[in-house]
Each structure stands twice: as C-alpha cells, then as structure tokens.
Design a protein around this ligand. Sequence first.
Ligand SMILES: [Zn+2]
Length: 411
Amino acid sequence: MEDRKKCVDIGVHDGAIVEITESVDKTGREEIDAEENLVFPGFVDAHKHVDRALSATGERLPLANDEPNDSPTYLGEVFDSYYEETPRDILQERVVTNIRMAVESGTTHIRSHVAVDHSIGTELVDIVLDAYDETRELVDLELVLYAAGGLAEGEPNVREAIDSSQERLGEENVLLGGSIGLVGGTDSVQNVDSTLREWFELATELDIDLDVHVTPRNAAGYYALMRLAEYTLKFDYQHRVTAVHAWALAQIPEWWLTSLLEALEQNGINVITCYNSIRESMPVEQIIDSGVTLAHGTDNDQDFVYANGNADPLEAALVMSYKLIKDWHFDERYRWSETNPALGLFWQILTEESAEVLGIEAEYGVSEGSQANLVVLDEPSPQWAIIRQATRRAVVKDGQVVAKDGEICLS
Ligand SMILES: [Zn+2]
C-alpha cells in the first residue's frame, strides 16, 4: 500500500479484493485480525529449481556436501545418479514439499527452472507438472525449461518439455532457459555467440520468452551480457529476456557498468539476483535507478548444489543485508545494506520488482480489483519483518486461507 501508516480493512470475495476501507461493514465467512501488522500480496520467487530441491538428503549430514562441488562435470554425475536412483514418487513428493515450504514462507508466485537433459530426460518435467497438480491451489507457477548441456544436443527434449508444459500450465507460463558460463567455465566466452544464436532462434520460432543463467565473471560476464543485449535487439526480443545471477555487474569498472546497464535497460532485459549468488559489490540501487528491473529468487533449497536454503524470501533478505556490507570500513556507505532504505529496497525486490519480471504486475498488489493473494505478518513493516524474521500468520491464495502460522492448512 502507498501509505503504510494507515490501518484499513480488506474485503475479499470470489478470489479478488473487492473493498479497502477504514471499516468493512459486511461479515466474512472467515475473518483475520491482522492487529495493525503488515499485509502484502505475497513474495514472488523469481528463480528456483524445484526439480532438484531437497536432494541433499542424508540422515546425519547432507549428502554429497563434504567438498565444494563447483565443477560442472562433478555436478552432472551427482545429478545423473540422483535421478537414476531416486524413485519417481519420491522425486514428486520432494517437489510438492518444496512448493509447500515456499507457500508456508509467504510465497504466492514461483518461477522455476527444470532441466530436461539429465539421465531422466523429459520425465522430470512430467514429475514437476504432476507435483503442481497436487499444489495448484497454493501458488501460481511458471516453468523455464532448459538443457543444462546445451541446446545442440538437448533441443528435442526441450521442445517436447515446452509442449507438454504449455498444455498443462498455459502458454504464457512457460519459458525457454539455458546457461552461459557453466559449460566451459565461469570465465569462458568461447561459446557465447553460438549459445545465444541457438537460444534466440528457438525462442523466436516458438514465440516464447527467455530466462537464462549468465554466470561468467568479470570481463567475460560483461561481454556475455553485452552480447545478450545485442542479440535481443537483433531478434527484436525487447522486454522478453531475463538474465539470472549476472554477477559480473558487481565486478566491472564503473564506466563499463554504466554502459552495460544502459544496454540492458534499452532492451528491456530483466536481471534476477539470488541471495546465495549475490556479490558484495552488487550495485542493487544503481541497477534499479537505471530502470532495469531487478528481481530475486531463492534458487536452491537443500539440494546438491547448495545444501543451504529453506525457500524463505525473508531469510534471503536477511542474508543479502549481511552479504552487501562493504569490507571497506571507512567508506560511509559500508553499512548501507542494514539501513531502513536498504531493507525497504530488498523488500521491493522480493515483491514488486519480481512481480514485474513475471509479468503479473497488473493483478499483483493490495488494491481493489487485484487477485486476493495476501500474506499477513506479525510485524508492522518490511524492515521489522526482515530483521525479526516475521511469522507468516496467514497466507491467502485466490481468496482462500492456505497457510496459518507457517503451516499449510489445506489437506
Ligand atoms: Zn539457477
């Protein structure tokens, strides 16, 4: 709401917000007393991997978590054996659990990537879609389908997965994904052009939006993002492309950053950062001030890539607030990330900015006529909610109370 100091009643009917006044005089089938605390339309988790969530099982310790596992070859092997050895019903149950965790944390919209070229192939996307059939009432879901090994080999699988996902989720909820920088290493630029060409050719043919990991660092990352902007222009794909991580934004000289942000803004390219991957010098204010939309995703939840992660955007905001403290203690901005304006900005990234990246800004919000997605906290402001890790007292999805005090209450 514009004026957060004001206390109002919110009337909900038929899945929509129908009345916001000082006092609604009708009696509701169910009434929630927010006790003057913050009510907002729920977090939008713009980047996740539900297909691998909770894979770091293990009785006493998380599995496959004894060494840093940042080699793509090693990860590929771990994933292949995970999908080979885990029964389908267990995989599906983990996706369901992961979606429920997100909802219990106050998330009302999710965009998740699904890889279709592990040993399990397109069956993985069927598993995710079946899991979503069990959780449809809880959350809105978009899927990004990608071939982790590249489109050169994975294209038939990606096409098949896009087809079946569009059929079950609706065309507007399915995107094409991919990765630059994972194949060939994080400083490699050798595959940038061929990769971009494959993505844009397939995306244009299928008339589908792009949401891709761009993880090369430093100058290599600058080059990859600049080329992404050039391809976006060449293929007339403005406002249809999102770059995930893009951590080069935190690693390049100021004059490169200015021209890069200009190129991203002019081509309507969104950026998604994740609390695990965000870099200390990520210029979050500058990105938003430049007009680039900056969203957030929780990325990994107890999986083989990161055993950390609980699908909780409030936890993510707190971690970001610590990570963005500058190590130069004499810079007057070094503790900016803990201030009220910074916490307010993180909140904006987890909510409105992410809603914009998902293209749902028209129905997202606490205003008359909006979809009745509401989360009631036990704190009065975003700042206190982040600092005190507020209890999510109630999560309302399409007018229905789906979670109370951090627990799903629908059977
Ligand atoms: Zn990711």
